[in-house]
Design a binder for this molecule. Structure first.
Ligand code: FE2
Ligand code: FE2
Length: 475
């Protein structure tokens, strides 16, 4: 079951050849995917040979194989973690029953919606990142960008497989629509707002892969608990790939900070103008980028009170992060949870039924996890002997979804008037000037072992390759 068959047109470990109808349907979708990749995928990558990892099994030890591959010939496939015959539903109203191998009629619409929403984010991020290859700060970074892009393409395949296999005609239509919506397209945008934003520069890319791919991790973890077993198994394998995406983000920001603090020490200054003249990204700008990506990403978890979230949980479609490790009854009928609200000009905590607050529960777990990286970035600053601390903004800052969306709240959690917000927002979120400055640093550096001036080299190469390894061969 865990071996992947690469002799087939669509590599898979789901015995695709035994289901001719499904195989034919997916083989018809495949050229549309390739057309989409050619039109919307990484610009100018067509003839590059890239040192990529390809999944060769779903065994946690040694699942990937590394080698130079033409991007367009990457073998996107369908890989599910092995099933467990004994697996039982472990939360919600169906607790203790056997997990579902098929979609129960009454949950069909909701499950389809969950799968489509997840599936939509995968090609969206490829579209958002399609120009970045032109300004890569190194060959190493170019390779990492492409690795993420091909794997997001594979995540799309993972969701399309579920739609085709389990949702009949409307599933096929949804699979087609996943290639028709486009990030930032006014007439036919991607479903979630963060996936319609631009990823205009590499600092944004690293922030995106640190913060927004981490949203992906938490959504996938919640879906990996699902009573719909094929969804649980497919998301579990996607999580294996996702770890690298977040690593690229965390180490990318970390290397950016490293270079900045090195120059701060060389020039003995924290003067923003001097640091910009020296071509590095000042720490206050990095803080504003954090504020932006953090706040836009936590909106992705949805409204703080949601009857859909309660339904998804109680019916077993979507669990909590690490559901199995929690000590409560996993039904949550009488439980409460604290959410934020604004009352009389102040941010307050309000107790609400937990079932309705499950978006908030997942958001809070996400926040705890994402703060870990910020702590590690601070260690780079500390080590350089510089007193500056990066922080996550307050959860209520710059929110556009849920009960906080109508209020103006500062990164340290003060409710302010629109006037104060307008006067100070340039201290809290990247300004046009910040973005133009960061944009001005972006220039292509692709000689093996060379790095753009604004970023430090990585501590180690991919798959332990040497510092001057040719990750990308241009032809
Ligand atoms: Fe993904
Ligand atoms: Fe990802």
């Amino acid at each position: 079951m865990s071996g992947i068959n690469y002799s087939e047109k669509i590599p898979n470990n789901v015995n695709l050849s035994e289901d001719r109808t499904l195989q034919r349907a997916l083989e018809q979708w495949q050229p549309n995917f390739i057309n989409w990749w050619d039109d919307m995928g990484p610009e100018g990558s067509k003839d590059m040979d890239v040192y990529l990892r390809t999944a060769v099994s779903v065994d946690p030890q040694g699942w990937a194989q590394f080698g130079h591959v033409k991007m367009r010939d990457y073998r996107w496939g369908v890989f599910l973690n092995p099933g467990d015959q004994e697996r039982k539903i472990h939360f919600g109203d169906h607790i203790g029953e056997k997990v579902w191998q098929d979609v129960p009629g009454e949950h069909r619409a909701n499950l389809r919606r969950i799968i489509v929403t997840q599936g939509d984010t995968e090609p969206a991020s490829v579209e958002q990142q399609r120009h970045l290859g032109l300004t890569a700060p190194s060959m190493y970074d170019l390779r990492n960008l492409f690795q993420i892009n091909v794997e997001e393409g594979r995540h799309l395949w993972a969701m399309v497989y579920l739609l085709h296999k389990y949702f009949g005609k409307d599933g096929r239509e949804e699979a087609d629509a996943l290639l028709q919506r486009n990030s930032g397209n006014e007439d036919n945008p991607r479903i979630l707002q963060a996936f319609n934003e631009k990823t205009p520069d590499w600092l944004s890319f690293f922030m995106f892969t640190y913060f927004t791919d981490r949203d992906g991790k938490f959504q996938l973890c919640a879906l990996a608990e699902s009573a719909f077993d094929p969804l649980a198994r497919t998301t579990k394998f996607m999580l294996t790939e996702e770890a690298h995406h977040m690593f690229v983000g965390e180490s990318g920001v970390s290397r950016t900070i490293q270079r900045t603090v090195d120059v701060m020490n060389q020039l003995k200054t924290d003067d923003v103008a001097k640091l910009r003249a020296a071509g590095v990204i000042d720490l206050p700008t990095i803080q504003r980028y954090i504020n932006f990506h953090f706040s836009v990403t936590i909106d992705l978890f949805g409204a703080d009170q949601s009857s859909n979230a309660a339904t998804f949980y109680s019916s077993g479609l979507k669990g909590r992060y690490e559901e199995g490790k929690r000590a409560d009854d996993h039904v949550l009928k009488g439980n409460t949870y604290k959410i934020l609200a604004v009352e009389e000009g102040k941010l307050i905590e309000k107790e609400v039924p937990m079932l309705n607050a499950l978006n908030e529960v997942l958001r809070d777990d996400y926040i705890t996890d994402s703060k870990g990286g910020i702590d590690r970035w601070n260690r780079v600053i500390d080590k350089a002997g510089i007193s500056f601390k990066l922080t996550a903004p307050n959860k209520a800052f710059h929110r556009n979804i849920g009960s906080l969306s109508g209020s103006k709240i500062t990164p340290d959690g003060r409710v302010v008037t629109s006037e104060e917000w307008m006067a100070k927002v340039g201290e809290w979120l990247p300004t046009n000037e910040d973005r133009a400055y960061v944009g001005s640093l972006m220039g292509r550096v692709v000689e093996p072992g060379k790095f753009a001036n604004w970023i430090a080299p990585p501590v180690m190469g991919i798959n332990r390759q040497a510092a001057d390894f040719d990750y990308v061969r241009f032809s």
